[in-house]
Design a protein around this ligand. Structure first.
Ligand code: HPA
Length: 271
């Protein structure tokens, strides 16, 4: 595995010839952020050695290196989910590669279901913490000491300074933003009313099927992490509206201008 990560990082380093300031991962329906980047190199996943391939609609499969708000960014359009059948090693592979490229900052985005009664569809939420309920841990197995320690501190999964920077941008742009706790489940089913109730009962504000494995891998390697979520549907024990992937994409679309403004502000102002 380590050899593959090195091989992929060497391949990308040879092309971009620089160290990006930020890696950015785009979630379901949030691909439009890629249009904001002035591209220097665009690599399709299929042309990158050892890179996994995406299988979900709304996830295209491109790695874009370019300039966003004056900073060098490496943007992943299309991520890998555990529910697709990928192993946790595959899901976190790109994050491992980003670390070997020397990238210190990671900004993630996702679409998720809200269970906090203060949330509305198309609201945006900065993650302040998470609860990992995925059935497999990305660090299970022999530890790769070159990448990070066996036992990983998770007292600040989401970087407080990045959160403050993003909050400031949201305030300056009059964007309503929440801070919440994200619960990660395997999927691919959306939750039953009782399961949404459980998410709320254990202290979650929202639920989704991604992000947490990547955050764990990034923290393992000492990267600083930021994540922004779009609430694409609302769930709860008393809410019995159906959820579809299409609705998720529509809500993500609606929230897109706010997501773009906050991520751009973070990248512009974070040092
Ligand atoms: N649950 C899990 N994942 C999701 C949801 C949800 O309600 N909405 C978007 N992704």
């Amino acid at each position: 595995m380590l050899e593959k990560i090195h091989e992929t990082a060497d391949f990308i380093r040879n092309i971009i010839q620089d160290t990006p300031d930020f890696a950015v991962v785009l979630g379901s329906g949030l691909g439009k952020l890629q249009n904001e980047v002035e591209p220097i190199h665009v690599l399709e996943y299929k042309d990158i050695p050892n890179f996994p391939q995406t299988t979900v609609a709304g996830h295209t499969g491109k790695l874009i290196y370019g300039i966003l708000e004056g900073k060098k960014v490496l943007m992943m359009s299309g991520r890998f989910h555990y529910y697709e059948g990928h192993s946790m090693e595959t899901v976190t592979f790109p994050i491992r590669v980003f670390h070997l490229l020397g990238i210190k900052n990671l900004a993630l985005s996702n679409a998720c279901g809200g269970v906090n009664p203060d949330y509305n569809i198309a609201d945006i939420v900065i993650l302040k913490d998470h609860i990992n309920m995925m059935p497999e841990h990305p660090l299970r197995g022999k530890n790769i000491d070159e990448l990070g320690p066996r036992f990983v501190d998770m007292s600040e999964p989401y970087n407080k300074k990045m959160i403050a920077t993003a909050e400031q941008t949201a305030a300056e742009n009059n964007i309503k933003i929440h801070q919440g706790i994200y619960v990660a489940l395997q999927g691919p089913t959306f939750e039953t009313p009782a399961e949404y109730g459980m998410i709320k009962a254990i202290g979650g504000d929202m639920v989704g099927m991604s992000t947490v494995p990547e955050v764990i891998a990034a923290r393992h390697m000492g990267m600083d992490v930021f994540c922004i979520s779009v609430i694409t549907d609302l769930g709860g024990p008393d809410i019995a509206f159906a959820v579809s992937h299409e609705e998720v994409l529509n809500a993500a679309n609606k929230a897109m201008p706010n997501v773009i403004a906050v991520v751009k502000g973070l990248i512009r102002n974070y040092q």
